[in-house]
Design a protein around this ligand. Structure first.
Ligand SMILES: Cc1ncc(C[n+]2csc(CCOP(=O)(O)OP(=O)(O)O)c2C)c(N)n1
Ligand code: SF4
Ligand SMILES: [Mg+2]
Length: 295
């Protein structure tokens, strides 16, 4: 059992309004503590915005601007420029958005910020759907997953945002999971120390959206990593891939069976998902191997 050893300066307060058992709140707590008090935040409409709450009821002790779904990265860029103008180059600008606000609606703003290599730390809470508005599919929703707008299962694959971001050659991209909190804290701290655009995608098993039991979100997140569905990786400068965790210690069925969104799958569907997984894993291993950094 991994002992969690990140520092906690009580920057995330009790009394937030996430669903009971939501691991986004857990990840947020680790992130908010890892960035430290000299931070200004921007948050897109999403579960994160609900969890943070508005002043004077905010659940965090750092200031947050609540922006629009399209413009989180643009707003964060503006905040950074303002801080630079004030002579505060070392203040971290933390931008939080969901997958809908990142893979879909805010992608243009994120791409522009990445192209300009704005000095922001962008965290995408990837719960694989528009969950705050009732669980519609996003382009991050995986193949076959049932959502409110794809009740028979999504017909297309999850968008590969890592590769899109890597094409911008930004200094740091990573994936993280609430099941590996030391890894998450270490990646946030590492990203803080890098100038330029940093993006960390955190997998968030959503209790109502994925049909996960209230006490099983951490377990589901761990299964995602251990079945190789959500490998924990880092990409520096868009070309150097390294895999921190992708064990394939669990069969994909162990991951799927924890979630109602996959309860309609046939054996053939599961076999196809397994084949896709093997293919993606092969591509990732080759990238990491080419970078000389395979785990
Ligand atoms: C342009 C626009 N369309 C729709 C909305 C309504 N809206 C607010 S939050 C949200 C869901 C966002 O989904 P995601 O970014 O994945 O965050 P999650 O709720 O899953 O955390 C939507 C559709 C909006 N605010 N702006
Ligand atoms: S809808 Fe999902 S991600 Fe949002 S607060 Fe609830 S469990 Fe967390
Ligand atoms: Mg979402």
């Amino acid at each position: 059992m991994e002992r969690i050893s990140y520092k906690d300066d009580d920057q995330f307060c009790s009394g937030h309004v996430a669903c009971g058992g939501c691991v986004e709140a857990l990840a947020l707590r680790v992130i908010i503590n890892a960035v430290g008090p000299d931070t200004v935040g921007v948050v897109a409409p999403s579960c994160a915005a609900v969890i943070l709450g508005g002043h004077p009821m905010s659940s965090v002790s750092i200031p947050f601007i609540h922006g629009t779904l399209e413009s989180a990265a643009a707003s964060a860029s503006g905040v950074k420029r303002a801080l630079l103008a004030q002579g505060r180059p070392d203040t971290t600008v933390l931008c939080l958005a969901g997958d809908g606000g990142t893979y879909d609606i805010g992608l243009q703003a994120l791409s522009s910020a990445a192209e300009r290599n704005e000095d922001i730390l962008y965290i995408c809470f990837d719960n694989e759907g528009y969950m705050n508005t009732g669980g519609q599919k996003s382009s991050s929703t995986p193949l076959n997953a049932a959502t409110g707008s794809t009740p028979s299962g999504k017909l297309t694959a999850k968008k590969n945002l890592i590769e899109i971001l890597a094409a911008h050659r930004i200094p740091y991209i990573a994936t993280a999971s609430p099941s590996h909190l030391n890894d998450l804290a270490a990646k946030v701290e590492k990203a803080r120390g890098i100038r330029g655009t940093k993006v960390i995608i955190v997998l968030i098993p959503c209790l109502p959206g994925w049909g996960v039991a209230d006490d099983s979100a951490v377990k589901t997140a761990r299964m995602a990593v251990e079945a190789g569905v959500f490998p924990l990786i880092e990409v520096t400068d868009g070309v150097n891939y390294s895999i921190s965790e992708s064990a394939r210690a669990q069969p994909i069925e162990a991951y799927l069976s924890l979630q109602k969104r996959y309860s309609h799958l046939s054996r053939a569907d599961i076999s196809r998902l397994r084949d896709n997984l093997d293919q993606e894993r092969g591509i990732l291993s080759r990238r990491a191997g080419d970078s000389g950094a395979e785990a």
